[in-house]
Write a protein that binds this ligand. Structure first.
Ligand code: PMP
Length: 463
């Protein structure tokens, strides 16, 4: 067993206090602190998280993919502070405020467009990604209900997809680890084949795989005529499903199929949005506009929880009526919180002033160069990249096809080995990935690559 890297007396004190009262997310608490280190963080600075003992950890996963421009980015911090002296919160029912209005205007102006389609014109706020997904699902269903199409009760989701942990979001997720226990509670979704290029048959291209998966989606539509209210997907990149990537062609076909069958397309860009895939939104790479676009995570630069669901006038209009039941009554106390909206506005300012997407192209190029030698590693079956995300698929045998047994917990060993070297890599199963804050510099990227190789080798040796 590796030593817990944060072992100063002060860090130890915080760890003890934490473990006596805090129940952590996505964690088997029994593994803390011996199998799984628990690292109390005192502060953040750029791409670094800094422990109470002064140890620095390179945040190569952007704190669950939320952080864009570095920890404590001063412009976002200042915007929140300014807003806090003016208005910290007001309910958004019956009231409004400048940050919520301006943010909605600006998001709509930036949202993906598609020739021949009326643009997205309305923004509904919620306060985290899963809540945003709930909103989109409920809106899609409720639209058809309001129009008297009460048979449209089914959602189509993709195999290996992930949309959050609330019951509605879990119902359209396909990651057994999160879903299995709660299965009896979940509405029954229809699952279409994933376009994941890693699952392509030998000799099949990514585009071929996308076509094949789209044929599977077409088949689902044929088998459930008039029953499907929406297809929900993560465009280009199934993140929690192991950073699996697909050809944009799939999005085009999904858009066409939704149109042909009168269903909505919900793009969950909670993780892919705000420049992660190389464009501001992943949908842009397919020239596709969804009917509902879910945003969160990077929306506030990683400072505060907020989500936004962008949708069309057509959908919005179906809720206008004398009856309250036809209205979309969904509400969260912190819907459109002014502090979070101010953080989001500051984030959009940075995109505008710093030419972030262009700068990221350079950073993504460096990541590509650093990742290239990993293709020769005998236990790396695949190295793939979409924009600012690089993933390494570990495999047991040199034939590169057999995964490590889950019980070997290679990912956990890699995680610990990287942490001990001051880098936060948090593999998804046996998929090690880089998804760093955009401020990461070349020296930090070089450290990341070097540490990744050492951690993979050590992790495999431990397993
Ligand atoms: N959708 C996607 C694609 C996500 O990656 C996530 C979070 N990892 C969510 C939804 C849920 O967001 P949250 O954790 O804020 O509820």
């Amino acid at each position: 067993m590796l030593a817990d890297p944060a072992s100063s007396p002060l860090a130890e004190q915080w760890r003890q206090r934490d473990l006596s009262v805090v129940w952590h997310p996505c964690t088997q608490m029994r593994e803390h602190p011996h199998t799984l280190p628990l690292i109390p963080i005192a502060r953040g600075e750029g791409a670094w998280l800094i422990g109470h003992d002064g140890r620095h950890y390179l945040d190569a996963v952007s704190s669950w993919w939320t952080n864009l421009f570095g920890h404590t980015e001063p412009r976002i911090g200042a915007a929140i502070a300014r807003q806090a002296t003016c208005l910290e919160q007001v309910m958004l029912a019956g009231f409004s405020h400048e940050p919520a209005i301006t943010l909605a205007e600006r998001l709509l102006a930036l949202a993906p467009r598609q020739p021949g389609r009326a643009p997205l014109t309305k923004v509904f706020y919620a306060d985290n990604g899963s809540a945003g997904v709930e909103v989109a699902l409920k809106m899609a269903f409720h639209y058809f209900h309001n129009r008297g199409e009460t048979g449209r009760t089914r959602f189509v989701a993709l195999e290996n997809g992930y949309h959050g942990e609330t019951l509605g979001a879990l119902a359209v997720g396909d990651i057994p680890l999160y879903r299995r226990v709660y299965a009896p509670l979940l509405a029954e979704a229809l699952f279409a084949p994933s376009p994941d290029a890693y699952q392509a048959a030998p000799g099949q291209t990514a585009a071929g795989r996308a076509q094949q998966a789209a044929d599977g989606l077409a088949d689902l539509f044929e088998r459930h005529p008039g029953q499907i209210c929406a297809v929900i997907l993560e465009p280009l990149l199934q993140c929690a499903g192991g950073m699996r990537m697909h050809d944009p062609l799939y999005l085009k076909r999904a858009r066409e199929l939704c149109d042909a069958h009168g269903a909505f397309l919900i793009a969950d860009e909670i993780a892919t949005g705000f420049g992660r895939t190389g464009t501001l939104f992943a949908c842009e790479q397919a020239g596709v506009m969804p009917d509902l676009l879910c945003l969160s995570k990077g929306l506030t630069g990683g400072f505060l929880p907020l989500s936004a669901v962008l949708t069309t006038q057509r959908l919005y209009d179906a809720f206008l009526d004398d009856s309250r039941e036809r209205a979309f009554l969904h509400s969260h106390s912190y819907t459109g919180n002014p502090l979070a909206c101010a953080a989001a506005l500051a984030t959009l300012d940075i995109f505008a002033s710093d030419d972030v997407i262009a700068r990221n192209r350079g950073t993504a190029g460096v990541m590509r160069e650093l990742a290239a030698p990993f293709t020769d590693h005998p236990h790396i079956a695949d190295v793939r990249q979409t924009g600012m995300v690089v993933a390494f698929e570990l495999a047991r045998d040199s034939d590169r096809t057999t995964p490590f047994p889950a019980s070997a917990r290679v990912g956990l060993h890699v995680y610990r080995a990287a942490l001990a070297r001051g880098v936060v890599l948090r593999p998804l199963g046996d998929v090690v990935y880089w998804m760093p804050p955009y401020c990461i510099d070349d020296a930090q990227l070089a450290l990341l690559a070097q540490t990744t190789l050492a951690a993979i080798n050590e992790g495999i040796a431990c397993a």
